[in-house]
Design a protein around this ligand. Sequence first.
Ligand SMILES: [Mg+2]
Length: 219
Amino acid sequence: MKEYFCSDPKTFKVLVFDFDETLYYSPDIREYYIRYIKNTILKLSNLSESEADSLMEEVGFTMENKASPSFSSSCGRFGIEKSAWDNYRIDNFFEINYKNAESIDNSVLLNLSKSYPLYIVTNEAYKNILIKAERLGIDVTVFKKIFAPSSEALRSGNVKTKKERYTEIINSEHISPSEILVIGDRVKVDVDPMLELGGNGLIITRPYEIEEFVKQNLL
Ligand SMILES: [Mg+2]
């Protein structure tokens, strides 16, 4: 767990969560993810399998590199247009081994929602978030709003950035940026855009770390 705070957690008023690999974790997630990215590259690019392997290693999609870049920002390296990737991922999304997955404790979320407006901000398609949440047993009804691109937005290349979504939340909740916290698993994707706005970030690797943080600092 790593904190990127500019203010005391006691002053936090709004909580934002990433979804993938934040509200759930499974032990073989890395293996599944690497396989998923490789299948995607073989489907959408003209690369041979060995070309795909070596380029994946170069870009950082390896078992060892847990901080691999987002595929959205690196698909061009594989000769794949972002629009082709956005279109593909609507119906071919990254699925995990749901059987051994750990999910966030719904009662912790429910308790939190009584004191804080909770949001999800994700780059995953909205419909896929609902499918995954159901399979993982995560109760998304406690969230005030889920900001996730619609299939139409993905098809038309009209996807808002996390920074734009964070700004919308800060404005609609009438809070100062220092009163918002985002919890996610990637510094670049989840936390950096919030820090740029003057907000706070928390990086976790397992959902139980969220529960620990919440019990010690927020509830
Ligand atoms: Mg994530």
